[in-house]
Design a protein around this ligand. Structure first.
Ligand SMILES: [Zn+2]
Length: 434
């Protein structure tokens, strides 16, 4: 912009505006979104038409919609805006092979087929309104994380544990060394198995000494720890060892839950999606590893156990609940179904949403950037059809997905001229959450 030309314009304000435009050539025009209401992810809501403005990949303002305001770039008249959802426990590397069965290393599938199936998981997850996930189970997740981060693949922001620690025979020193190795390899978090799966009754596999070594070393390396634990003994051991988050806890007793609450350990229980997905896709899993008829019978019988456990968790004073679906092959993109189950089991919709937005961001230490709708936050914004406070299944009807200011899904809600076009914010903006 020619400053001398601008100086001839009457009024200082105009000179200032032109000057700003000249000084920030990379800025794209602001993008506006209008919706019927807004849920901020911190427990607050605006139950009237709102206008949200995004620029440079961040939220600039949230205001009540004014009468006679100009048309918004995205008019989501009948929808509710929320922060992009966060799932703290998924398995992006779990896919079905070319025959439609669970992919294993014995498959004849080519590496390209497997990589494409994983890219499909990223896409399904993003389209379902999940703009950040923590994937905990495989070294290949690093490639997925980095491909999304550099813009080579569409997907949610990915954090990963890389390979988890499973070996019951590891010495404390070997675990400490392993944690340091993972950090060097680029892990964002450490994943440990402190118990067997429910298909093997969930008995404890890592001792207190082993957990203290791994979680203690992770803490001193600035890494968080996620611990798979089904039995009450393994849950208590993880909490007492100062591990950050306990997963599953299907056989949790009140005492185990109180130990987690006392230690400030986050708890991420799963009560339906992971089991239902296995049962829905039984022929794709049966006969592989511990996916036996007996294992399936256990998963079917455990659904009421899981729901009763979750009710105990809700009743445990001070227990911090976070959302993680444990999405495996077949469940990517269905993540919100687990939130629906949690609400049906008694969690207030407001708390369920906070557990998958601002609290989930807090467990990832990303709460200053992600997990809530407020000026200055990353523009990770979704819209759902209806009101999730009144009907939580609204979370399964996502019509708009923006991540870092870039739109990945848009189905106009309320129609009218100007809808249906694709427009993005500043594509160049990268975030520390990527
Ligand atoms: Zn898992």
């Amino acid at each position: 912009m020619d400053i001398s030309l601008a100086m001839r314009a009457p009024g200082a304000a105009i000179v200032f505006l032109v000057w700003t435009a000249a000084a920030l050539p990379a800025q794209t025009p602001p993008v506006t979104i209008r919706a019927r209401s807004l849920v901020d992810g911190r427990g607050g809501r605006i139950d009237r038409p709102v206008r949200l403005t995004v620029s440079g990949g961040k939220i600039v303002s949230i205001e009540p919609e004014r009468k006679g305001a100009a048309r918004a770039d995205y008019d989501l008249t009948a929808a509710t805006l929320l922060p992009g959802l966060i799932d703290t426990h998924v398995h992006l590397s779990w896919t079905f092979n070319a025959e439609g069965r669970l992919h294993t290393e014995k498959d004849p599938d080519t590496p390209a087929q497997t990589a494409l199936a994983q890219a499909g998981n990223l896409w399904s997850t993003l389209q379902a309104g999940f703009t950040t996930v923590q994937s905990v189970g495989s070294a290949s997740e690093k490639d997925l994380r980095d491909a999304v981060s550099r813009g080579a693949l569409p997907g949610p922001r990915v954090l990963t544990s890389l390979e988890p620690f499973l070996d019951e025979k590891s010495t404390p020193e070997a675990l400490r060394q392993g944690v340091r190795d993972r950090k060097r390899e680029g892990a964002d978090v450490i994943k440990l198995f402190a118990s067997k799966s429910i298909r093997e009754a969930g008995r404890q596999t890592l001792s207190s000494e082993q957990l203290e070594a791994a979680c203690g070393e992770a803490r001193s390396q600035g890494l968080r720890t996620l611990v798979h634990a089904h039995s009450p003994e393994s849950m208590r051991a993880a909490a007492l060892a100062g591990c950050s988050q306990v997963e599953h806890g299907i056989f949790a007793t009140t005492e185990a839950l109180e130990t987690l609450a006392a230690g400030g350990t986050w708890f991420d229980p799963q009560i339906c999606l992971v089991f239902r997905n296995y049962l829905d896709n039984k022929p794709r899993f049966l006969g592989i590893g511990n996916y036996t008829e007996e294992g399936f019978a256990t998963m079917e019988s455990v659904l009421p156990t899981a729901e009763a456990m979750f009710r105990r968790a809700l009743a445990t004073r001070g227990l911090k609940l976070v959302f993680g679906s444990d999405a495996v092959a077949g469940a990517h993109g269905r993540n919100a179904e687990e939130l629906v189950c949690r609400v049906r089991a008694g969690q207030p919709p407001r708390d369920a949403i906070v557990s998958a937005t601002s609290d989930a961001a807090r467990t990832l230490s990303l709460e200053k950037e992600l997990g809530s709708l407020a000026p200055g936050m990353q523009a990770d914004i979704i819209a759902v059809e209806g009101d999730p406070y009144r009907d939580i299944t609204a979370l399964t009807r996502v019509i708009f997905v923006m991540k870092g200011g870039e739109v990945w899904r848009y189905r106009a809600g309320g129609a009218g001229p100007g809808n249906g076009k694709r427009k993005t914010g500043n594509r160049k903006t990268k975030t520390s959450g990527d």
